[in-house]
Design a protein around this ligand. Structure first.
Ligand code: NDP
Length: 309
């Protein structure tokens, strides 16, 4: 699925033989498979999956994400319910809304956009979501299911990372995966998912000793740190598959800023066998996997066997 392209530097010189893993194209294919499955679910069972997205406050980036989620949800033939609440909404009011969505039969997935304003306990809100509708996969029930290898709803970005690695390597069995970052929403679930793919997993963090040497052991390196271009080319084993989760805005010559990942793309692409770009790598997979989770949640709630994709 990945495209074989040669990125060029500013002077036009060839920088790499690494296969660029085209997350945009892979995400578009996944979205269209979800749309087809949703259309069959409607025709055969009269079920329209519904996703409710709740946003509190005025954070511009969060509003961009929510608009995009709504657009893609409708694009996949699903019902989209957007709840935009003012920043001063109390925790009790938010919990009340979550409780209503939990019992609303038109809603199969509930996503509360993070971050929430400081006066609201994010964990209390997340844990109030019915695990059957927890399409972000953040409840302890779904995290526990992932940890013990039971089916459940698992976090979208990590699932997307594994799909991208699979698109580049086909079989991940026996590969040594080095994950940098141990957050509950990215690093830890990526580690669990890669373990299920029979990888040998090393999970690194800010206290890991000699991180470059550990990273160099990886047939797969997943960077989820939040530090612009931290992972250098000489941290990468020749031929490795590099999945860059980071999204960082840095200053640019034109003053508009530009997005970079947690990996020094030019340096790593000289050594890697395959690599995800930023933007256009992991980012587009997150929404595509959210649509897939919502489809799967609707099937589970309505007692229909989901299509396997
Ligand atoms: P967190 O800040 O929650 O976690 C960062 C992790 O990186 C922590 O485990 C931390 O270690 C580790 N870390 C920080 N500094 C270092 C260091 N110098 N060396 C080694 N490890 C270090 O971030 P997230 O997991 O939420 O996000 C990570 C990145 O992914 C961000 O850039 C974020 O924007 C991006 N992201 C992208 C998404 C997408 O859709 N593409 C979705 C979600 C996130 P410790 O635990 O020891 O503090």
């Amino acid at each position: 699925m990945g495209l074989k392209v040669r990125p060029t530097g500013r002077s036009g010189e060839s920088m790499s033989d690494a296969k660029i893993i085209d997350g945009k194209a892979i995400a578009a294919e996944l979205r269209s498979r979800v749309a087809e499955a949703v259309s069959r679910l409607k025709e055969t069972h009269g079920i329209t999956p519904g996703l409710a997205v709740v946003i509190v406050g005025d954070d511009p980036a969060s509003h961009v994400y929510v608009r995009s989620k709504g657009k893609h949800t409708r694009g996949a033939g699903k019902a989209s319910f957007e709840h935009k609440l003012p920043a001063e909404t109390s925790q009790a009011e938010l919990l009340d809304l979550v409780a209503k969505l939990n019992t609303d039969s038109a809603v199969h997935g509930i996503l509360v956009q993070l971050p929430l304003p400081g006066h609201i306990d994010e964990n209390a809100v997340i844990q109030a979501i019915d695990p059957a509708k927890d399409v972000d996969g953040f409840t302890t029930v779904n995290a526990g299911k992932l940890a013990i290898g039971q089916p459940g709803l698992f976090p979208c970005t990590p699932v997307g990372c594994v799909m991208l690695a699979r698109s580049a390597l086909d079989d991940l069995t026996g590969a040594h995966a080095v994950i940098i970052g141990r957050s509950n929403i990215v690093g830890k679930p990526v580690a669990q998912l890669l373990l299920q793919e029979n990888c040998t997993v090393t999970l690194c963090h800010s206290r890991t000793r000699d991180l470059p040497s550990v990273a160099r052991l990886g047939d797969i390196v997943v960077a989820a740190v939040g530090r612009p271009e931290m992972v250098k080319g000489d941290w990468i084993k020749p031929g490795a598959c590099v999945i860059d989760v980071g999204i960082n805005r840095i200053e640019s010559d034109d003053g508009k800023g530009r997005l970079v990942g947690d990996v020094d793309f030019a340096g790593a692409a000289r050594v890697a066998g395959s690599i995800t770009p930023v933007p256009g790598g992991v980012g587009p997979m997150t929404i595509a996997c959210l649509l897939r989770n919502t489809y799967r949640a609707a099937c589970a709630i309505e007692g229909v066997e989901p299509e396997d994709f």
